[in-house]
Design a protein around this ligand. Sequence first.
Ligand code: HEM
Length: 481
Amino acid sequence: MEFNMQSILIILLPFLFLFMFLKSLTISKSASGYAHIPGPKPLPLNGNLHLMLRAAAPHRLFRDLAAAHGPLMHLQLGELHLLIVSSAEFASQVTKTHDTNFANRPAMLATEELAYNSSGIIFSSYGDYWRQLRKICTVELLSGRRGSTVDLSERLYMSSYDVTVRAAVKAKTKERKVMISILMECIKLGSGFMMADLYPSIKLLPLITGARFKIRGIRRKLDEVLDGIIEQHRAAAKAADDGDDATKFEGFLDILLKFEKDGTSTIDNVKAVLLDIFIAGTDTSATTIEWAMSELIRNPSKLNKAQQEVRMVSDNKGSYIDEDKFDEMKYLKSIIKETLRLHPPAPLLVPRVNSQRCVSNGYEIPAKTRVIVNAWALGRDPEYWNDPEKFIPERFEENSIDFNGSNLEYIPFGAGRRMCAGMLLGQANMELPLAMLLYHFDWEIPNGMKAEELDMTEGFGASTVHRKHPLRLIPIVKRPL
Ligand code: HEM
């Protein structure tokens, strides 16, 4: 008899269900620790997982459930107990009052292999190792506007990737298409909502669902590309040393490699950090520009106003976009802020875990609880915003609300100790390409479609939220490059 994956599955399924049933008895016991926190009633076996099956996207489902159950809500997905935070007050508890306690990240199937055993910045445990990495990042890579510009391209992902990679590695890398597709896979697998993540005690699940196989395949490709980048960098550094190149400077990757050389870290740690920077830097900025352009196309008067501003500032400056003039592009900045309010690229931020039991606004939270802050819901809450579903960049001209983590109703970059380490680079990575798109081109929608008909459906199934369908527009050159 020939055994293929399907026949193995059929044989294993009854055992799996029996195991899950027995497991559900222990799950309901552990659920008692959360009984005092409001939330939808869990079913045996799956908890509230069935709700996810018919949801448009987790951030939308969590917002709707929170409307019925409150701003601190308990959800049980498979074996996991999640707390969903949907108010500025509770977000402040997690990211300010109990920030240190909640400064850890949960383990996920994908982070074992794809984040090199969680040894990058995003998923590493809170402690000295993380502190050191974060310091290198802030000082060496992300504090200024070090990313050199790339040619304007419709392929925002490529351009965003180029800027990030050049900031980190100082050079263009080969195989960027392959790398971008790997990054997209990592983002999908890192959502934390895979079956194998929701039932971590069923050790066979990663094999049965094929997740382990897929992750191993991506890890192999990832190693190949990252090893290539590191090799290329070492060769360039050696050539510069040999030639006594006066222009050489020590960059981010050189510093990571120094730690590897003196034995403080391993080459896997170096790859983990590089991957974090590539993932965090590429997808977030590119998807924000995509949404900003989509919103502007749907609002032609705002598009017009933005173009007038960018052109007025830049025409006097020799017909090119000058980063030093961004402070004069107030409307452009408001557009980016409004886009991040309506479409935060990471709507649920990155999950946190508390090391110790704590009490938050009267609710006891057991240790090792996974907490998700729904930044997307906060940005659309009528409690904090007038006409929250409307794209109105002007609202940011009238107030001083900022995304720097001090206004908890508006946290697209997160807040507290684990907030985004690349906010400044991210900002530059959005302002520059968007200003160029607005300055050089007018934009039309193809096929005579009306502006208000532009499809705004969100994609689903990853930790960042893109447009479901790519944005296709006709550029008309107004200021040639
Ligand atoms: C539009 C641009 C960006 C957005 C919206 C964004 C958003 C975020 C969010 C929501 C988090 C999690 C915060 C939390 O848990 O409270 C995060 C973490 C992080 N981001 Fe960004 N990000 C952006 C760009 C970048 C860039 C360009 C880089 C670096 C090249 C970067 C590097 C990081 C790192 C290293 C972390 C992990 C911090 C830690 O866990 O200590 N981000 N980002």
